[in-house]
Design a protein around this ligand. Structure first.
Ligand SMILES: [Zn+2]
Ligand SMILES: [Zn+2]
Length: 82
């Protein structure tokens, strides 16, 4: 399993963490909440739910990993998505 090393909100380096298991549909349509262990800690944004990386997205311009549309930054390299 890939691990993410950057905050997907601001792109700041974070302690490596595994991707989350809930999609946006699970969260917004079904109202599910990530398990306590599915959070990461960003020095700027604080405690954030780990992103679900299986969603449809586009290739990161820097590392070519697929970054889901809803994320502002690539979790693998921190580059700005899109
Ligand atoms: Zn952040
Ligand atoms: Zn990247």
């Amino acid at each position: 399993m890939d691990r993410l090393s950057y905050c997907v909100r601001c792109g700041h380096e974070a302690d490596p963490y595994p991707p989350g298991t809930l999609s946006d549909d699970d969260v917004f349509i079904h109202g599910m909440k990530p398990a306590p262990e599915e959070y990461y800690s960003c020095p700027r944004c604080g405690r954030q739910p780990a992103p679900f990386m299986q969603a449809t997205g586009q290739a990161c311009p820097n590392c070519a990993q697929i970054v889901p549309m809803t994320l502002a930054h690539c979790g693998y390299c921190g580059a700005k998505a899109g």
